[in-house]
Design a protein around this ligand. Structure first.
Ligand code: PRX
Length: 642
């Protein structure tokens, strides 16, 4: 594959950026020309942020799996597309070539068709990190079914809510998944999620852990049986075929649920053509991928990072993408480094929370490994603190590998602000410069743009980029109010940001009620709703606090009715309730029982005060005169959990 649009110098970056702003349509048309289209577009971009309506490459027809697989087969058929490293290092590694991937994806497409899945149907995928998860995603895309992957850490209730919201009819799952020493019984969780469900027609179960499962006649089928049957249909005389469905550029590709500051998670919808061009372009430019390199993104496919930078971005570029089933600390904290040496990984993309946790385990786990294949290091998911940046740079990259600190969001589809590895300068704890096509701006609370450098404000984006969110599934108004109504004619990110004297951007964290716990986005309202479901809880307020490993921890203030005979037991029970309703990732780290919450006369909780107490910054709580009962603050301060 030729990567003619890979930016190779700072000047080329500046020129590309300028062109992307001045002539966005011809800029993106030129890049899009490098893909496989069944029909070219009628117009490159139509948009307004009012409705909002964003349409890229309108009128074009394509199938993203032909771009991720078929078009590589002639040249790269025997190149590894996916290298799979299992949880247990003693288990066999699987190397999936592009030819093999093609066959498996055709089989999945056939299997889904056999089971009645049609273009536009929603297929929920709840699997561990096995290659079959990638086959499942791509199999859906091949027939135009909309995949909705749910992270394996979400509870039955969360799954039920998502199935319901997406009105899904099909599920692909595993009997269980491995995470270090633990086995997570995924099918059992699905069974719980399906109690009372009337829309699911089929559940396909892939065998991974041999955990006993219940299989309901007529509804549940084994992946292995269905795939074997499909194999005979797609392979004739040694030739594998399953025609890819022709999709409109703006047909939905997938739904991915993400948390916001209010209510239940929303289904972010990405479409076919723009998302494909964006993930491919950003992958090639940020990581500067070269043919033959091995690229390892440690994310879970249950999150957007896995969608864009394990599956669609790398595969559309004909890259070798390493997929890892386990956790960074099992069998020991050298697991990532062992994988890097074993597979001669050249590009490593991980999260600050993983870096901090491995840092805490000490250098002896690092120093056992050579790490001399590494050329580029990446970070994503939350601001990377300077200490972690330096540790990563020195001990992992041996001061030889550029670090790309990539800022972006589920709604963005792909990387928005980042250094281009070795091409544009990097700076600790700065995402640095916007990618071509991204027009960031900082605004004050009234929506006025803050011009110039050495300023900070709320981060917005002024112009559409190909990979942006198109709608929130089933509720376009929610998309408008969440992202396009805060400031006129701009997409609001929810992040605070500063621009330094050089024009480099540094993301400072969320400015709304969204927490970022170990790189996972969690809405405070969502956690409060779960806590409030617990018997005896009258009211609760949840805020974040700085956490050494997780970045942010969850601090819950709870008004509890009646007597607390065993505070610790009640805390555990409440945490269990949160685990059941959302998943263990949303469990509070600290629970403080309080008599009252600091409220204004109109009944609004003053979270600013609660945040300061959780951050142990009680010296200056700011103006508390608007409080209905200022004495509650003293009580809360006195009982604060250290
Ligand atoms: O606050 C920002 C933070 O993560 C949020 C997006 O979360 P999510 O949609 O789950 O996507 C995570 C992976 C793309 C953002 O609003 N964030 C993400 N990357 C960075 C970051 N904050 C600072 N620096 C980053 N590199």
């Amino acid at each position: 594959m030729k990567y003619s649009y890979q930016i190779k110098s700072l000047d080329e970056y500046k020129n590309a950026y300028k062109k992307s702003v001045e002539q966005p349509e011809s800029f993106w048309a030129e890049i899009a020309d490098n893909f496989l289209w069944l029909k070219k577009w009628d117009s490159v971009l139509e948009w307004n942020f009012k409705d909002p309506k964003v349409e890229w490459f309108k009128g074009a027809k394509l199938n993203i799996t032909e771009n991720c697989i078929d078009r590589h087969l002639k040249e790269l058929g025997e190149k590894p597309a996916i290298i799979w490293e299992p949880n247990n290092p003693d288990e066999r590694v699987r190397i999936v070539t592009y030819n093999r991937l093609h066959k498996r994806v055709c089989q999945v497409a056939q299997m889904l068709t056999n089971l009645g899945v049609k273009k536009g149907d929603r297929v929920c995928i709840y699997m561990g990190m096995v290659p079959e998860l990638a086959y499942a995603i791509l199999g859906c895309a091949r027939i135009g079914a909309i995949h909705s992957v749910i992270f394996g850490g979400f509870s039955a209730q969360s799954i039920a809510d998502r199935l319901n919201d997406a009105n899904a009819q099909f599920i692909i799952t595993c009997d269980g998944s491995y995470r270090g020493e633990k086995v997570i019984p995924l099918k059992d969780v699905i069974d719980d999620a399906l109690v009372g469900n009337k829309t699911i027609k089929k559940v396909i179960v892939y065998t991974r852990t041999r955990t006993p499962v219940s299989m309901i006649k007529g509804r549940d089928v084994w992946w292995e049986d269905e795939m074997e049957y499909a194999e005979h249909q797609v392979e004739k005389n040694g030739i594998v075929q399953f025609p890819a469905t022709s999709m409109d550029a703006e047909d939905p590709l997938f739904i991915l649920y993400t948390s916001g500051s209010t209510g239940k998670p929303k289904g972010v919808v990405h479409t076919q053509a723009g998302y494909m061009v964006w993930t491919n372009y950003t992958f090639l430019n940020v990581f500067q991928y070269k043919p033959e390199q091995v690229y390892f993104c440690t994310a879970d496919i249950g999150w957007i990072t896995g969608h864009s930078y394990i599956v669609y971005g790398p595969l559309s570029a004909g890259a070798t993408s390493l997929m890892f089933e386990g956790i960074p600390t099992w069998p020991d904290a050298g697991r990532f480094w062992e994988i890097v040496d074993k597979h001669k990984v050249n590009i490593l993309y991980t999260a600050p929370t993983a870096i901090r946790s491995l840092m805490a385990h000490g250098l002896e786990h690092v120093n056992k490994h050579k790490l001399n294949s590494l050329e580029v290091l990446g970070s994503v998911g939350e601001p990377i603190n300077e200490e972690a940046w330096q540790w990563y740079y020195k001990n992992i990259g041996k001061e030889r590998c550029p670090i790309v600190d990539t800022w972006w969001q589920t709604e963005n589809g792909g990387i928005m602000i980042s250094t281009l590895a070795g091409v544009t300068p990097s700076k600790p704890s700065f995402a640095t410069l916007p990618l071509p096509g991204v027009q960031p701006c900082l605004v004050d609370e009234h929506g006025n743009e803050i011009l110039g450098n050495e300023v900070s404000g709320n981060l917005c984006i002024k112009f559409p980029w190909p990979g942006m969110i198109r709608t929130t599934y089933g509720d376009h108004e929610r998309c408008r109010t969440t992202y396009f109504a805060t400031y006129e004619n701009m997409y609001f990110t929810g992040d605070g940001c500063l621009r330094d004297a050089n024009g480099d951007y540094r993301i400072t964290g969320r400015v709304d009620d969204v927490l970022n716990v170990s790189g996972h986005r969690i809405g405070t309202a969502e956690v409060e709703n779960a806590i409030n479901m617990h018997t005896g809880v009258v009211e609760s307020a949840v805020v974040g606090f700085p956490h050494d490993i997780k970045g942010q921890g969850i601090y819950a203030y709870i008004i509890y009715e009646g007597k607390l005979t065993d505070e610790d037991q009640t805390r555990k029970d409440i945490m269990h309730t949160v685990s059941k309703l959302i998943g263990s990732i949303a469990k509070p780290d600290k629970i403080q029982f309080v008599k009252g919450l600091p409220k204004t006369r109109s009944g609004k909780i003053m979270r600013r005060i609660l945040r300061k107490i959780a951050e142990r910054e009680t010296g200056n709580l700011g103006d508390t005169s608007a409080l209905l009962d200022p004495s509650v603050v003293e009580d809360i301060k006195a009982g604060a959990i250290q």
